[in-house]
Design a protein around this ligand. Structure first.
Ligand SMILES: Nc1ncnc2c1ncn2[C@@H]1O[C@H](COP(=O)(O)OP(=O)(O)OP(=O)(O)O)[C@@H](O)[C@H]1O
Length: 723
C-alpha cells in the first residue's frame, strides 16, 4: 500500500477550495490509499503522469476532478511514500510542477523545494551585474563554511553573485530552498557561521559539522524529518483530522524546536519553555497537553491555565480543534481556566465559601480604613504592595516571620518598629476584609494554596500559559494542585511580557526547572519589521530568566536571535497637534486598512494606555460609521467591528493591524501606576519596566501592520530615532 504525506502547500491549496471540491479531493486521497503502488501506476482514472519537461523526474500529477490536478513527489526508493505537494486547476498545477525540483538539505536533512527555472534566469542576470561590483555579500565565508551550513551547488553559485542583501531577498522562497535561504539570510544580517549552526542546524538534530563527513539522507527520510512542512498521514482518522476545519498551520506543522519540547517523551519534573512574543509558546503548550493526554492513563486529569477568562475560552476552543474528532473524548480530562478561577473553585468547597474578590478601588479604600488615624507616610499603594509583594509572596503568617524576613524586590528600608506597626495595619486589613466576605486575588490564591496543600493534589499534570504574570501565591496553588512527579508541571512564558508586578523565584515555590528549561526563537506572528521595532523598545535592558526573578539567581533571558519569517511595512510613528487630529488620522488609517488592504474590521485593533482614550476611540469610530467594540465586552470571535482596548487588554491576543494611540508623555508611563522613587526606588524601577513591557506587548500583537501615534509630547518610552 502506498504511504502518503501532505505538504503545507497542499493544505493551503485545499483550504482555499469550495466544499464540493474538498470532498472530491478527500475521496481521491482515500481512493489513492486503497491501491497498491503497481495498481496506482496502471490506474486509468487517476492518470498518475510524469510531466514532459519536468525539472524533477520524481514529480507526477494526478487527476482529482475534471478541473483539478494534484501534484505528487513519487518515491525514489522502496519506501512507497508519496508526498502530495499541491492541488490546483489543471494548467496551474502543470506549470508549477514542471519548474520545481526537490532536494534534501545536507545539513538539516529536511526536504526542500526550489523554482529551478526562475533561479536560472536570476543567475544569468546577477552574474553580469556582479562582475563590476567591488565586493560580494558572502565574500567573508568560504565555500566549505557555506557547504557545512547546507548550501548546495546551485545555491552556492547564486550566493557568490549576490552583491547586497536585496539581491538575496529577490531570491527568497519559493524561489530558493527555505532552509538554505534562512542560513544565508542570517549570514547576510551579520551573524557568524557558528551562530547559524547553533540556531538553525543543531535544533534539527544535526551533530556533524563537516558536510563531507555526513551520511546521505534519502528523500523519504527527509520527508519524515520535515515535520515543520510535511505531515505523513497514517490512518483515515488522521487524514480527517488534518483536513478538517480551516487549515491552521500550527495544528499540523511545528518547528522542529517546538516539536522537540511539545512531544518530549517525559520530563523528569517541571519543564519550562520561554520565547519572545509570537514564538508559539501557546501552541507548544497545547501540543504538550495533547501529548500528555494521549500518552497518559484514562484517570489522569490535567489543569491548563492562562491569564484571563477570555484567553481560557480561546484556549479551550483551540485545544478542541487540535484534538479533533478522533481525540475529542480526551477533552473530558482537561480543565481550562485561570488560576484565580481555580483558586475560587477550591475555596467554594470550604465552609466559608469563596470570598468576593476586591476591585483595585475597594482594596485602596480598605487600606485607608485599616490605616485609620495612624500617622505615617505610607500610601495605600505602598501598603498594598508591601502586603502583596512581601507578606503574601513569601507566605508570611506571623509578625515574627515578617520582622525577620528579607523584603525581596523592595527598595525602601523598614526597621523593626516600623514593621511591627505595619503588621498591625495589615492585620486590621485582613480582619476587616474577611468580615465583609472579601479578599484580594492574591489573598484568595494564598488561602486556596493552603487548602490544597492540606487536602492533597487534584491533578496529574498542570500546564501553564502566560507564566510570567503569576504571583508566588498563584504558583503555590499550582504547585499544590499536582503531586511532584515526572511531567507534573509544564509552563510557557516570556519575562519580557511581564506587565503586572509579579516577580517570583520558581525555586522558592517548589517548581524546580533547572536543566529542563528551553527557548524558542522563531516568531510566527509579526513581520520582522514589527518585531525589530518592538525589540528595540527593550534593547538596553537586562531581564531575569522567567523562573529566576530572585535577584540572587542571576540568570538572564534575552531577545537576541529572535527573528520572524514574515516581511511587511515598517511601523509608522506619527505626531499630531491635538487628540482630535490624531483621531481623524486614526479613522483614515482604519479605513485604509479595511478598504484598501481588505482587512476585516475584526482583525484591526486600536490600543490605548488609558480607559478614557479607549472610550473616545470607540465613540469616534462609531460616529464615523465604523463598527467598534470594546475588547472588555468579550466580543464573540468573528463578530464585526474594530477591537478597541486598553493596552493591558490586548495581552495574549493578535490582530492583522494594530494602531496604538494616545502615546503621550503623560499617558505612558502612566505615573499614577508607578510608585514614586522616593517611596520605594526598587518598586519605582519595576513599575517603569512594567510600563515599557506593556508597550512591547501591545506592539507585538500586530501581525502585518503597526501604527503608533500621539499628540503633543511623545512618550519617553518611544525611540525617537525610529521613523
Ligand atoms: N509552527 C507554527 N506554524 C505556524 N504558525 C504558528 C506556529 N507556531 C505558532 N504559530 C502561530 O503564531 C502565532 C503566535 O503563536 P502563539 O500565540 O502560540 O505565540 P506565543 O509565543 O504564545 O505569543 P505571545 O507570547 O506573544 O502571546 C499564532 O498565530 C500561531 O498560530
Amino acid at each position: 500500500m502506498p504511504r502518503l504525506a501532505l505538504t503545507e502547500g497542499f493544505l493551503s491549496d485545499f483550504s482555499s477550495l469550495g466544499s464540493h471540491e474538498r470532498k472530491q479531493v478527500t475521496e481521491s486521497i482515500k481512493a489513492f490509499g486503497s491501491f497498491s503502488v503497481s495498481e496506482l501506476r496502471a490506474h486509468k482514472g487517476l492518470h498518475l503522469e510524469k510531466l514532459q519537461g519536468a525539472r524533477d523526474p520524481r514529480i507526477r500529477t494526478i487527476r482529482v476532478s475534471r478541473s483539478l490536478r494534484g501534484v505528487l513527489l513519487a518515491p525514489d526508493d522502496s519506501s512507497e511514500l508519496f508526498t502530495l505537494l499541491r492541488v490546483r486547476p489543471h494548467d496551474e498545477a502543470n506549470s508549477w510542477a514542471v519548474s520545481r525540483a526537490y532536494s534534501v538539505n545536507s545539513a538539516t536533512g529536511a526536504l526542500e523545494v526550489r523554482n529551478v527555472t526562475q533561479l536560472e534566469h536570476l543567475e544569468t542576470y546577477y552574474e553580469d551585474r556582479a562582475v563590476e561590483a567591488p565586493s560580494r555579500l558572502f565574500a567573508a565565508h568560504s565555500d566549505t563554511v557555506l557547504r557545512d551550513l547546507g548550501i548546495d551547488d546551485q545555491v552556492l553559485r547564486l550566493a557568490r553573485i549576490c552583491v547586497e542583501e536585496s539581491d538575496l531577498a529577490a531570491m527568497r522562497p519559493p524561489l530558493l530552498p527555505a532552509d538554505q535561504f534562512e542560513a544565508l539570510e542570517y549570514l547576510a544580517a551579520g551573524h557568524s557561521a557558528d551562530e547559524v549552526w547553533e540556531q538553525l542546524i543543531v535544533p534539527r538534530g544535526q551533530t556533524v559539522r563537516s558536510a563531507d563527513s555526513r551520511e546521505p539522507v534519502t528523500t523519504s527520510e527527509a520527508v519524515l524529518r520535515s515535520s515543520d512542512r510535511i505531515v505523513e498521514v497514517t490512518s483515515p482518522a488522521e487524514l480527517d483530522r488534518v483536513l478538517s476545519g480551516d487549515f491552521e498551520r500550527w495544528r499540523v506543522f511545528l518547528h522542529p524546536t517546538q516539536h522537540r519540547y511539545a512531544y518530549h517523551p517525559r520530563y523528569r519534573g517541571p519543564a519550562q519553555v520561554t520565547g519572545g512574543p509570537g514564538t508559539g509558546k501557546t501552541v507548544v503548550a497545547l501540543h504538550r497537553v495533547r501529548h500528555l493526554l494521549r500518552t497518559g492513563l484514562p484517570e489522569d486529569r490535567l489543569l491548563l491555565t492562562t491569564f484571563t477568562t477570555a484567553m481560557a475560552s480561546t484556549l479551550r476552543d483551540q485545544l478542541a480543534l487540535l484534538l479533533g474528532e478522533a481525540d475529542a473524548h480526551l477533552l473530558a480530562r482537561v480543565e481550562v481556566t485561570t488560576v484565580d478561577a481555580f483558586a475560587a473553585q477550591v475555596l467554594k468547597a470550604t465552609p466559608g465559601g469563596a470570598p468576593r474578590p476586591l476591585t483595585e478601588a475597594s482594596e485602596r479604600a480598605a487600606w485607608k480604613r485599616a490605616l485609620g488615624d495612624e500617622r505615617s507616610a505610607w500610601s495605600e499603594r505602598f501598603l498594598a504592595q508591601e502586603y502583596r509583594n512581601v507578606v503574601l509572596a513569601q507566605d508570611l503568617r506571623t509578625a515574627a516571620a515578617y520582622l525577620a524576613c528579607t523584603r525581596h524586590g523592595r527598595g525602601s528600608q523598614l526597621g523593626r518598629v516600623q514593621r511591627a506597626r505595619l503588621w498591625k495595619v495589615m492585620e486590621r486589613f485582613r480582619e476587616e476584609t474577611a468580615s465583609r466576605g472579601t479578599a484580594t486575588f492574591a489573598q484568595l490564591a494564598a488561602r486556596a494554596a493552603a487548602r490544597l496543600a492540606a487536602h492533597g493534589p487534584q491533578y496529574r499534570h498542570v500546564v501553564v500559559d502566560e507564566a510570567q504574570d503569576l504571583h508566588p501565591a498563584q504558583w503555590r496553588v499550582l504547585r499544590a494542585a499536582v503531586a511532584p512527579a515526572p511531567d507534573d508541571i509544564f509552563l510557557v512564558g516570556d519575562p519580557h511580557q511581564r506587565i503586572y508586578d509579579n516577580r517570583v523565584s520558581l525555586r522558592s515555590v517548589g517548581v524546580h526547572v533547572r536543566g529542563r528549561s528551553s527557548g524558542l526563537r522563531v516568531n510566527y506572528r509579526s513581520t520582522e519589521e514589527i518585531l525589530s521595532w518592538s525589540v528595540r523598545l527593550l534593547s538596553d535592558l537586562a531581564f531575569h530568566e522567567l523562573g529566576a526573578d530572585d535577584e540572587a539567581d542571576g540568570a538572564t533571558d534575552s531577545l537576541a536571535g529572535c527573528r520572524s519569517v514574515l516581511r511587511g511595512p515598517v511601523p509608522t510613528q506619527r505626531a499630531f497637534a491635538s487628540p482630535r487630529e490624531e483621531l481623524d488620522a486614526l479613522v483614515a488609517q482604519v479605513r485604509h486598512w479595511s478598504e484598501r488592504d481588505g482587512v476585516p474590521l475584526a482583525e484591526i485593533a486600536v490600543g490605548a494606555r488609558l480607559n478614557s482614550t479607549v472610550d473616545a476611540v470607540v465613540a469616534r469610530l462609531r460616529r464615523d460609521g465604523l463598527a467598534a467594540v470594546g475588547v472588555r465586552a468579550s466580543p464573540a470571535p468573528g463578530s464585526a467591528g474594530v477591537r478597541v482596548s486598553t493596552m493591558h487588554g490586548l495581552k495574549g491576543l493578535e490582530f492583522r493591524c494594530v494602531a496604538l494611540v494616545g502615546l503621550t508623555s503623560s499617558a505612558l508611563p502612566y505615573l499614577q501606576q508607578v510608585s514614586p522613587a522616593d517611596e520605594d526606588p526598587a518598586q519605582h524601577r519595576h513599575d517603569l519596566l512594567a510600563e515599557r513591557c506593556l508597550l512591547f506587548v501591545a506592539a507585538t500583537r500586530a501581525r502585518d501592520a503597526l501604527a503608533v501615534s500621539w499628540s503633543g509630547q511623545p512618550s519617553s518610552l518611544l525611540d525617537p530615532t525610529t521613523p
